[in-house]
Design a protein. Structure first.
Length: 434
C-alpha cells in the first residue's frame, strides 16, 4: 500500500468508515484499476458483490480487472431485466470458478456448508414474524433457546446460603405473580453473579430457569460482537427480542464485563454503542421485558459499567464462592460416579480439597483416573482408582481461585463503594485471606 496515491489512501479510509457503501467501494476499485492494481481492484469488487450480489456494475468491473471480456449486451442483470438463473443464462465468457479462486484469500465464502436437505415427510419450517409484524425476522432464529429444563436448585450441591438469597431476593417474587401484582412488582428482574471462575455461575443460572419453568438463553460476547458498524447493536437488540418472544425466559449474559465494560475506559466508539444498546434493552421501555429474567455473570465486577447496576437493571448482586463441604462432596460424587473406584473416603477427600473450585475438583478426578490408567498400562494389570490416586491428584492441583482472590482483595478493601463488596470482605476475613 506504500505505492498507492494519496487519493487512493484517502478512499481506503472512507471505505473503512463505511464498509457497506457499495458505490464508494466500486469507486475505489475503479481508482485501483486505473493505477494498474488489478488484484486489489478484484478484491474490492468481490467485497462489493458480497454486499450486493446482483450489482451489474460490480460484476462488470471485476471482469475488466481480471482482463476478461464484458457480456455482449453490456448488461449483467439490470433492474429492467432480472438476472436469469445459471441454467438459462447465456454464456458470457466469464469464469466464476476462476474468480472465486482469485479472491479466495481476500474474501471468505458466504456459505461454508450447504443446508442439509429435509428428510422424508419433513415440512418447511415456520418463519417467525419480526417485531414490527413484517416477514423478516433478521437473525432472531440464530439464537439458541433451550426449553424449560429439569435442572433446579435442588440439583446444586450445598451452597445453601446462595440458594436462600436467590429464593428471598429473586425467585419468591417471580414464582408468585399474583402477589407481585398486588404489591406492584413487575414480572421481570435482573441479577449480577460474580466470583472466581469455575464455581458454577452458569449452572446456577440454568437451575434458576428450571425453578421458574422458563426457557434458557445463554449469550456471550462472541454472539453479539460483529466487525461491521451497527451490527453489534442490532445483534444485542435481536437477543432481547428473541427472549421476549420466548417469555418466560431466563437470559444469561456470560462474561458481562466484556459485553458491558466501563465506557469511560473505551477508546472504540462501536463498543460504547454496544454498551448503550445493552442499557436500553435492559430498561425495556413500555414493559417490553415482562417475563424476561436477566442473569449476568462476571469474574471482574469492578470492570462492569456502573450504569448496568442501576435500579431496574442488574440491581441485585450475588457472590458465588468456591463450593462448601456439602457441595464438594456432591461434585466429587458426580465426577466419580461412572469411574471404577474402590475404598474412596469422600469425607477425607472433601477436607483436603478446601478452596478448590468445581472445575478444580473435576480436574482432580480426571488426574486420579490418569494415574490409575497409566499404572495399569505399565503393569499390565487393570486396577481400580483408589484413595491414593485421588489424594495424590488433590495434592498436585493448586486452587485456581487464588489469583482471583489476590485481585479481589485489593478491590474489596480500597474500592468498596456503596458497600457492594461487603459480603466478599466478610468472607475474606472469615478465611483469613486479608
Amino acid at each position: 500500500m506504500s505505492n498507492e496515491s494519496p487519493l487512493i489512501q484517502s478512499m481506503r479510509t472512507a471505505v473503512a468508515a463505511a464498509p457497506a457503501d457499495v458505490p464508494l467501494r466500486l469507486h475505489l476499485a475503479e481508482l485501483l484499476l486505473g493505477e494498474g492494481l488489478g488484484e486489489a481492484a478484484v478484491a474490492e469488487a468481490a467485497v462489493a458483490l458480497q454486499h450486493a450480489p446482483g450489482d451489474a456494475g460490480a460484476r462488470a468491473l471485476m471482469m475488466r480487472a481480471m482482463g476478461l471480456p464484458a457480456p455482449a449486451d453490456g448488461k449483467a442483470g439490470t433492474a429492467e431485466e432480472p438476472e436469469q438463473p445459471a441454467a438459462h443464462r447465456p454464456s458470457t465468457g466469464f469464469d466464476w470458478a476462476a474468480a472465486e479462486d482469485e479472491v479466495a484469500g481476500a474474501v471468505p465464502p458466504r456459505f461454508v456448508t450447504p443446508a442439509p436437505a429435509p428428510g422424508p415427510g419433513a415440512t418447511a419450517p415456520e418463519v417467525p414474524l419480526a417485531a414490527d409484524g413484517s416477514g423478516d425476522p433478521g437473525d432472531a432464529t440464530a439464537w439458541e433457546v433451550d426449553t424449560p429444563g429439569s435442572v433446579t436448585l435442588a440439583d446444586v450441591g450445598g451452597m445453601q446460603e446462595i440458594k436462600d438469597r436467590l429464593e428471598a431476593a429473586f425467585l419468591a417474587p417471580m414464582r408468585n405473580p399474583e402477589l407481585g401484582r398486588l404489591y406492584g412488582k413487575s414480572l421481570r428482574g435482573g441479577l449480577l453473579m460474580y466470583g472466581p471462575p469455575g464455581c458454577g455461575k452458569t449452572f446456577i443460572a440454568r437451575a434458576v430457569a428450571g425453578e421458574l419453568g422458563a426457557s434458557f438463553m445463554s449469550v456471550s460476547i462472541n454472539d453479539v460482537l460483529d466487525m461491521w458498524m451497527g451490527n453489534s447493536e442490532r445483534n444485542m437488540h435481536e437477543v432481547f427480542e428473541t427472549a421476549r418472544r420466548q417469555a418466560p425466559c431466563v437470559l444469561f449474559l456470560d462474561e458481562v464485563d466484556a459485553l458491558g465494560a466501563k465506557r469511560s475506559r473505551m477508546q472504540h466508539g462501536g463498543m460504547r454503542n454496544t454498551v448503550n444498546q445493552l442499557l436500553t434493552e435492559l430498561d425495556g421501555v413500555g414493559g417490553a421485558n415482562e417475563g424476561v429474567f436477566v442473569l449476568a455473570a462476571t469474574n471482574v465486577p469492578w470492570d462492569v459499567d456502573i450504569a448496568l447496576r442501576r435500579p431496574g437493571r442488574l440491581d441485585r448482586t450475588l457472590l458465588v464462592l468456591p463450593p462448601d463441604a456439602p457441595a464438594r462432596e456432591a461434585i466429587l460424587r458426580y465426577h466419580l460416579r461412572d469411574r471404577p473406584i474402590e475404598s474412596v473416603d469422600l469425607g477425607k477427600l472433601v477436607k483436603v480439597t478446601e478452596d478448590l473450585s468445581g472445575a478444580d475438583l473435576a480436574h482432580v478426578c480426571e488426574s486420579a483416573s490418569e494415574r490409575a490408567l497409566l499404572d495399569s498400562t505399565r503393569t499390565g494389570v487393570v486396577r481400580m482408582i483408589n484413595m491414593k490416586d485421588l489424594l495424590g491428584a488433590a495434592k498436585e492441583v493448586r486452587p485456581s481461585t487464588d489469583p482471583w482472590f489476590a485481585s479481589a482483595r485489593n478491590v474489596a478493601m480500597f474500592a468498596n463503594e456503596g458497600g457492594m463488596y461487603d459480603e466478599l470482605l466478610a468472607y475474606l476475613k472469615k478465611r483469613r485471606k486479608l
